[in-house]
Design a protein around this ligand. Structure first.
Ligand SMILES: C[S@@+](CC[C@H](N)C(=O)[O-])C[C@H]1O[C@@H](n2cnc3c(N)ncnc32)[C@H](O)[C@@H]1O
Length: 229
């Protein structure tokens, strides 16, 4: 039998499996079903899904001791760059049936896979749209508690600022995965991070923490912050 321990963040767990390895996990909101290559592990009538930090920047940031954790029961989240729903599905597990994830993705191919996941999970609302144009989804996205962005685009910071400005409620949080090489392959990643942080601060956003997510991803940081005005 695996050992299960609560993580200090809500609705997250550590699973210690027979081979002695310890893995992050969430409770599977759709028992028996996988979303990607995660493992399903049952204990005392509860099914857990391992949360692979190599496949999710949220998973990587948690492994690197993310302190601010705004993904709680009932949270409303705008997720930019949802892809086929790997990280979205774990957030879906954590926020429960009273929460909602408005999952924006501009690749029709990825969105098709995401729609399959969303058909089984009522708290995911897939949206085929371009995050550079936040007004494209104003018909369906309300003010949210969290803006999550992982788009790997040159204009990552602009996209974040525009969406935060439009959809994030006051004192809401943003979780921003910055990929240095998408912004400029020729520059030192550290210089890029400094510029991005300055840019967000000059837009009036508060930076709460920055996390380098190596060894899970090279040349990426996660910035977590708040909109206080
Ligand atoms: C690194 S992948 C995201 C992985 C995903 N966040 C996860 O953890 O499961 C980046 C995704 O952002 C999408 N994307 C890039 N630019 C976008 C844009 N302007 N609007 C919407 N989606 C975008 C890409 O199609 C791709 O699926």
């Amino acid at each position: 039998m695996p050992e299960v321990h609560k993580h200090s963040h809500p609705n997250l767990f550590w699973l210690k499996t027979k081979d002695g390895s310890t893995r992050l996990a969430t409770i599977n909101a759709e028992p028996g079903k996988k979303v990607y290559t995660e493992r399903l592990v049952s204990k005392e009538g509860i099914e857990y899904r391992t949360f692979d930090p190599h496949k999710s920047k949220l998973g990587s940031a948690i492994m690197k001791e993310l302190q601010n954790f705004p993904f709680t029961e009932g949270s409303k989240i705008l997720y930019l760059g949802a892809a086929s729903g790997t990280t979205v599905s774990h957030i879906s597990d954590m926020i429960g049936v009273d929460g909602s994830i408005f999952a924006v993705e501009f690749s029709a191919r990825s969105l098709r896979d995401l729609v399959v996941v969303a058909e089984r999970r009522q708290n995911i609302i897939p949206i085929l749209a371009d995050a550079r144009f936040p007004e494209e989804y104003s018909f369906t996205v309300p003010l949210v508690d969290v803006v999550y962005e992982d788009v790997a685009q040159p204009r990552q910071a602009e996209i974040l600022k525009d969406n935060v400005q439009t959809y994030l409620k006051k004192d809401g949080y943003f979780f921003f995965a910055v990929k240095a090489r998408s912004i400029d392959v020729t520059k030192d990643p550290k210089a890029i991070y400094e510029e991005v942080i300055k840019d967000l601060e000059s837009a009036g956003l508060t930076i709460l923490e920055t996390i380098d997510i190596e060894p899970y991803e090279k040349d990426h940081i996660v910035i977590v912050g708040q909109k206080n005005v």
